[in-house]
Design a protein around this ligand. Structure first.
Ligand SMILES: Cc1cc2nc3c(=O)[nH]c(=O)nc-3n(C[C@H](O)[C@H](O)[C@H](O)COP(=O)(O)O)c2cc1C
Length: 192
């Protein structure tokens, strides 16, 4: 099987969406800062092409600070009804301002305000602190386009390894590992 892994991934993602899996684009996204403590959280995949897998977030969040220290990351997708898992490993880059602006502009206004209001992963003295900040920002931007916060953008995970896992009877699952190789991909079958 030499088909491009990004093409394969997009086919799976399309199947998950057509089956009505919600959310069909969720991934566990793992990072590790210089303290070497692995951390993982769910993120939504917002774009994927030959360059990589794009996730949007606050650049000053815990994950953002870790990625500043260590650009290596992993994502793991699982679609239970499809009995499929996909794992991706590589390093990240920040998407272009134009890409981030376009995606931010497409978001609902409430999410745009929320991105400004939340200093993601910092301590809050109360929930009210957040809600009051969101109200004040709503008033500030009334009748105006909400610009993208400078601390909010996307990370593109540039894949070096992509593994496709498919459930099979008797735990004899299929695992196909694609490793980035000069100008293409090398495929290896792995024992389950
Ligand atoms: C299904 C799901 C999807 C999520 N998608 C995102 C996302 O796309 N971007 C984001 O910043 N946080 C998202 N979150 C929240 C993150 O899991 C996490 O709480 C947040 O990014 C802070 O993580 P950090 O402290 O490790 O930086 C999502 C949570 C869930 C449960």
């Amino acid at each position: 099987m030499t088909i491009d892994p990004i093409v394969r991934f997009k086919e799976l993602l399309g199947q998950a969406e057509r089956l009505g899996i919600k959310p069909f684009n969720a991934a566990a996204f793992a990072t590790t800062g210089k303290d070497l403590q692995p951390t993982v959280r769910m993120l939504l995949l917002k774009d994927v092409d030959e360059r990589g897998f794009v996730f949007y977030t606050n650049l000053q969040s815990r994950k953002g600070r870790q990625l500043d220290e260590n650009s290596r990351a992993s994502a793991c997708f699982w679609w239970a009804p499809l009995k499929r898992q996909v794992r991706v490993e590589g390093s990240v880059e920040i998407v272009s301002d134009r890409e981030a602006d376009e995606y931010f502009a497409s978001r609902p206004r409430g999410s745009q305000i929320g991105a400004w209001a939340s200093q993601q992963s910092s301590a809050l003295s109360s929930r009210d602190e957040l809600l009051v900040a969101a109200d004040a920002l709503s008033a500030e931007y009334r009748d105006r386009t909400v610009p993208r916060p400078p601390f909010w953008s996307g990370y593109r995970l540039l894949p070096e390894r992509i593994e496709f896992w498919k459930e099979q009877p008797d735990r004899l699952h299929e695992r196909e590992l694609y490793m980035r190789h000069e100008n293409g991909w090398k495929v290896t079958l792995l024992a389950p």
